[in-house]
Every structure is written in C-alpha cells, then in structure tokens.
Design a protein. Structure first.
Length: 156
C-alpha cells in the first residue's frame, strides 16, 4: 500500500510542477502582440488617420500603422483596410465600426517592401482573406480623400 501511495504522490507532484511551469510560461507570453486585438492606439489611428499610399503613423514604441482605404459595407458599417508593422512582423487587415467601436474583422500576415525597386514575386505575402473580405463586404468603391476627410471630421 505504501508503494502505491508513493507512486501516486510522485505523479501528483510531477503534475503540479508541470501545471506551475505552464502557468509561468503562459504569464510570460502575455506581452506578445495579437494583431486581431483592438487596443486604444489602433482604434484611435483608425478613427483619425487619413488613408495614404506611403508613410506611417507611430502607434507606440514599436508599432507603425497606415490606413489604406475606407469603404462602406453592405450592412451599413464603415470599414478601413490598414497595414500594421511591429519589428519584423507585418499585417494587412480590415476593421469596421460596430456600435461606435472599431472591431478587427480580418488580419493576415503581409510582406512589406520598403523600396519600390525590390522584386516581389506574385502572391508573395498577399493577404487573400483580406481581399476576399473586402470583395464580399464592400458595397461601393473606396472613398476619395475629400469624402474620407469629411467622414472622419464628422465623427463617422
């Protein structure tokens, strides 16, 4: 009986140790940025930054943002395609206003080339899910600069 108890006690101690280690690892990974999450800096950039072809808005110490276009969705919401960069990671996404809040709808990994002369093979880093979302959701063409500026100024 004593040996059985010792065996079960050993298993219980090992399981407790493994659980504790998993929690420590999980707690240490909370600093990893999740591109599908919406935070105040990203929401503010979506709310206020005009779309453009070049240049970046600095969100915080290591993230950059660029709004690419603004379009109306079939359900009446306004949506924005955007680029997001953090260190060596790059994303293309679409967020839509829902009840006065920006909500990410789709985000995909992307390849950004800083120089126009760099070669980029067809399909390299293209975010097909982003393009598909826009194709299926947009009811009209993207807003022009003046239309977008008026919409931003009106508070959406």
């Amino acid at each position: 009986m004593t040996r059985t108890w010792q065996r079960w006690a050993s298993v219980a101690v090992a399981a407790s140790f493994a659980t504790a280690m998993a929690l420590v690892v999980d707690l240490n990974q909370t600093d990893v940025f999740n591109p599908m999450s919406m935070d105040p800096q990203l929401a503010s950039a979506l709310e206020q930054s005009p779309s453009r072809a070049t240049g970046w808005d600095v969100l915080d110490s290591d993230r950059q943002f660029r709004s690419v276009l603004t379009f109306p969705a079939a359900d009446g919401r306004w949506c924005r395609e955007f680029l997001l960069s953090q260190s060596e990671s790059h994303w293309r996404g679409v967020a839509c206003r829902d009840g006065g809040e920006w909500v990410n709808q789709v985000v995909g990994s992307e390849v950004f080339l800083e120089q126009e002369t760099q070669y980029r093979p067809a399909g390299a880093g293209d975010s097909e899910q982003v393009a598909r979302f826009i194709d299926e959701t947009a009811t009209d063409v993207a807003l022009g600069p003046q239309q977008e500026a008026a919409l931003i100024a009106s508070g959406w």
